[in-house]
Design a protein around this ligand. Structure first.
Ligand code: PGA
Length: 252
């Protein structure tokens, strides 16, 4: 566990301006719990509004295009989300890999564009139930992550990795503590191999997949788990900040 856990809410395709009051409540609670670094990634349409409402928490995007601008109807570039107030972008989430056929190389190109625009990265990886059942979870995740990561200066500051087993996302099934610890140790090994001992040890690795206030403490106390990427439970300030509180307790 990092000294200051990093708890990120991924609102996915949820939220209209009615959610701004929730963002304010999250921000107020984050100001009372400085032991934890809190951030939210609302839909594109709310990035600027949330950014204007909050003081403590960082705001991020859930995707960006590989190009800076151009004839790409309906797409949004990294420079645009940065201009709207985003400080980071989540890339390679399994829902984007599945729903938009995003390959590892597309994720890497998006990551390069995001770095260029000054955004920090949360790069997601995770295996399907089928891959885990075949005993190939670790080799799959390491290969996926290796192929999705960009070349990066200051990786400890700019890169976060999120391990999210697909079968745990939105299902209420979390991976067992042993499985999470084993995967995070493997990911740590890869980061050390790629970025060296010091940076590799400092890059934060988040766990995601049905993290809730009642399971967060056990998960956050595991070695090499530096925080959480939270979907459903980040939509209410109460449950999201319950997770942040559990993470703070686990770090004590
Ligand atoms: P969940 O989603 O917390 O709703 O399982 C996590 C994620 O997809 O980032």
């Amino acid at each position: 566990m990092a000294e200051r856990p990093y708890i990120v809410g991924n609102w996915k395709m949820h939220g209209t301006r009615a959610m701004l009051s929730e963002a304010r409540a999250i921000d107020r609670a984050a100001q009372r719990n400085m032991r934890v670094e809190v951030a939210v990634a609302p839909p594109f349409t709310l990035i600027h509004a949330v950014h204007r409402e909050v003081e403590q928490i960082a705001v991020g995007a859930q995707d960006c295009h590989t190009a800076t601008e151009g004839a790409h109807t309906g797409d949004i570039s990294a420079a645009m989300v940065a201009d709207a107030g985003a400080k980071f972008v989540i890339l390679g989430h399994s829902e984007r890999r599945e729903n938009h056929a995003e390959s590892n190389s597309v994720v890497r190109e998006k990551a390069e564009a995001a770095l260029e625009a000054g955004l920090n990265l949360i790069i997601c990886c995770g295996e399907s139930a089928e891959t885990r059942d075949k005993g190939k979870a670790e080799s799959f995740v390491l290969q996926q992550l290796r192929a999705s990561l960009p070349e990066i200066e200051n990786p400890a500051e700019r890169l976060t990795v999120a391990y999210e087993p697909i079968w745990a996302i939105g299902t209420g099934n979390t991976a067992t503590p042993d499985d999470v610890a084993a995967m995070h140790a493997k990911i740590r090994g890869l980061l050390v191999e790629l970025f060296g001992e010091e940076a590799g040890a400092a890059i934060r690795i988040l766990y995601g997949g049905s993290v809730k206030p009642d399971n967060a403490r056990e998960l956050m106390a595991l070695p090499d788990v530096d925080g959480a990427l939270v979907g459903g439970a980040s939509l209410s300030a109460d449950s999201f900040m319950g997770i942040a509180l559990a993470a703070a307790e686990a770090a004590d």
